[in-house]
Design a protein around this ligand. Structure first.
Ligand code: ATP
Ligand code: PRP
Ligand code: MG
Length: 297
């Protein structure tokens, strides 16, 4: 058995670019041949398996790969599907990742009058996520028919295949373009890193132990900014208070004046233009907000 860690990621789709970008940012390098299913890392004992996202939960749960990077919607659907068919459905969630954010929602044609959930009673609802939809219907005591479609769910009402749909929504542009209106959000999702539930070899575990803090570092850095500014000495406390999620600032003297000091700090939250304007109003100048590439505690 090889001691190279295997990770399944989506070959081509909404999660592919960011999955690769995350691994790259962690220093894991690959040379991808688009035609190949497997890609070997040139920097780490890691092999990538590039597959359809629907296959990722099963590959991890069955131990075909060690880790998988997949949307929680696909993961939960697969877990419920396996439970329904008495198949083992265990895995270890490792990290929620900050991409692939979307929601699974029920939408109805614009012209349909819809007051409440109860209006779904008796409807045919088209979806690619029958398990998640059935769970929602059961939990809410709704008696509707689930129509399973593997793609183009948004055209089902127009095609006369269903009265409503249950599909992924992000900006809402797809619904809008198809004359549909979002009515009920039934599941919120983002990408997740998951691991097979069996204990791994020491070598593979060591690779994961190196990878996880790097993922945390990349995710933390994404949110964080390095802020530099000149602040009036007598307003220092108020200035620091304005900065969101700021850790202890570094205060440095300025050579040309003793009325102002330089303030350097890492802010772990987004800094809005409004805050910059408030800082300026307090007498701050030379305000710089810089992105941070990597972080380690
Ligand atoms: N509009 C969106 N915005 C953000 N994330 C999304 C969006 N649509 C889907 N996702 C997330 O990305 C995952 C993959 O979406 P994609 O549309 O690429 O899937 P697919 O067509 O099923 O791909 P595959 O060919 O791999 O089966 C979804 O399961 C979901 O977690
Ligand atoms: O609310 P929106 O921002 O419009 O996003 C929602 C759409 O995005 C996804 O499809 P995708 O574009 O990935 O294409 P596919 O499902 O047809 O592959 C999803 O299946 C929806 O159709
Ligand atoms: Mg898919």
């Amino acid at each position: 058995m090889t001691n190279r860690l295997t990770i399944a990621i989506q070959k081509s789709g909404r999660l592919s670019k960011e999955s690769m970008a995350l691994l790259n940012a962690c220093g894991v390098k690959f040379s991808i041949n688009e035609a190949r299913l497997i890609a070997h890392s040139t920097s780490h004992p890691i092999d990538l398996l590039r597959v359809r996202d629907d296959d990722i939960p099963g590959l991890v749960m069955d131990g075909v790969v060690d880790l998988g990077l997949v949307g929680e919607n696909v993961l939960e659907e697969a877990r419920l599907e396996r439970i329904a068919s008495d198949t083992a459905a265990v895995f270890q969630p490792l990290r929620a990742l900050e991409f692939g954010q979307c929601r699974l929602s029920i939408a109805v044609p614009r012209e349909l009058s819809y007051q409440s959930q109860a209006d779904l009673d008796g409807m045919r609802i088209a979806t690619t996520y029958p398990q998640l939809l059935k769970r929602y219907l059961k939990d809410n005591g709704i008696n509707a028919r689930v129509v399973m479609l593997t793609g183009s769910v948004e055209v089902a009402p127009r095609a006369g295949l269903a009265d409503a749909i249950c599909d992924l929504v992000s900006t809402g542009a797809t619904l809008e373009a198809n004359g549909l209106v979002e009515k009920e959000v039934i599941f919120r999702s983002q990408a997740q890193l998951i691991q097979n539930s069996e204990t791994l070899s020491d070598e593979k575990q060591a690779t994961i132990d190196q990878l996880l803090p790097r993922i945390d570092g990349v995710q933390m850095a994404k949110e964080s900014k390095y802020i530099m500014l000149h602040a009036p000495k007598d307003k220092l406390e108020e200035v620091v208070e304005l900065l969101p999620g700021a850790e202890t600032p570094t205060i440095l003297p300025l050579s040309h004046t003793d009325k102002q000091v330089a303030v350097h700090m890492v802010s772990t939250e987004k800094l809005f233009w409004e805050t910059m304007e408030d800082l300026k109003a307090k007498g701050c100048s030379s305000i710089l907000v810089l992105p941070i590439e990597k972080m380690m505690g």
